[in-house]
Ligand binder design. Sequence first.
Ligand code: PLP
Length: 429
Amino acid sequence: MSAGELEALDRRHVWHPYGAMPSALPARVVSEAEGVHLTFADGTRAIDGMSSWWCACHGHRHPHIQAAVAAQLARMPHVMFGGLTHEPAVRLAERLVALTPEGLEHVFFADSGSVAVEVAIKMVLQSARARAAPGRPAPTRLLALRGGYHGDTFGAMALCDPDGGMHRLWAGSLSEHVFADRPPGGFDAPVDPAWVATDERLLDRHAGELAGVVVEPVVQGAGGMWFWSPAYLPALRELCDRHGLLLVLDEIATGFGRTGALFAAEHAGVRPDVMCVGKALTGGTMTLAAALCTPAVAEAISAGEGGGLLHGPTFMANPLACAAALASTDLLLDGSWEGRVAAIEEGLRGGLAAARELVGVADVRVLGAIGVAQLDHPVDVPAATAAALAEGVWLRPFRDLVYTMPPFTSTPDEVAAIARAVVAAAASG
Ligand code: PLP
């Protein structure tokens, strides 16, 4: 089928993310993805400056992941997970326990990041219910940060930034959680005692209603690409401990090296009670996510009403996805990601400096393999996309943000091209 025919059929039948039906603009047809490159149906290529929504950390079609998935496909693409188990799931669970912060011992696999967040919410609420004193109502609310994003399912949406639009649209249908301001300052900011005191008062005011705190550690992604200091993580841990709350870290965007640490929690050595991973877990090969928890959480849930965690997706722990995740984490285990991410950080810092000089650019920030140019107005997405493509780079800006999360395998020249594309997109949008 020609690219034109595919585009026309796509617009007639296929609904794209956050889009109207039919969409105002056609989607570009990609025919191939290899390494850091996407090849479009007209034969042109572009560097995937988004790592395909932050997943393809080793670039596309990495041979080690390809081989692992092919071998698994030949043996067993899928079996149900109720009453059955398999080596890829067992080995991946063991691997995740070893890689993630100490104390997380148990792994619940989910199909996507949003579903992992739903599972984490269930873990917190079910364990609070199990711990509630007899005759006392169990807490049903969580505390989350303004500016956050945790997914598009109803439980996850309820934790997203309350001013972000979703809450207005879904008022009456979403759980009503409690929101704290995001920690002030950037990655290097010292802890502001006023923020801690305000949160302490918030927790006191809602004592008895709250079961846990859910945050994206250090980088808030789709809620605004905000960076905050890891120094706040121990403060949050302490607040949770003092108030008897579980701490949930949503590392779906930050996990697997993106911020310069394998997990953002490691910037501060903080141990969460529950942690969500997803996105780069399979190196961008296919969907898989997980919620991990401590034995204390698992024991409370297992001893409580229901006798276990009440969740069980059809494609839970899909063997192909687990094989991809094992292969992707193999690639991280050799440690070379660290130097690559540091080099990307340096390249983005140098390359994005030019964006600071542009009229209409409010802020430029870089952390690990994340570069952001924030405008003082909404981005003209078609103009910004075209400007990036003219530099040979695929970017997908949103709201007032032009940003990149390059594959870790990007060469210095490719990082320089990505930075030029961000600057060009910021200038055009
Ligand atoms: N949590 C965070 C921090 C995310 O960035 C995302 C996706 O962007 C999600 C959850 C939802 O993940 P998914 O899109 O796989 O459902």
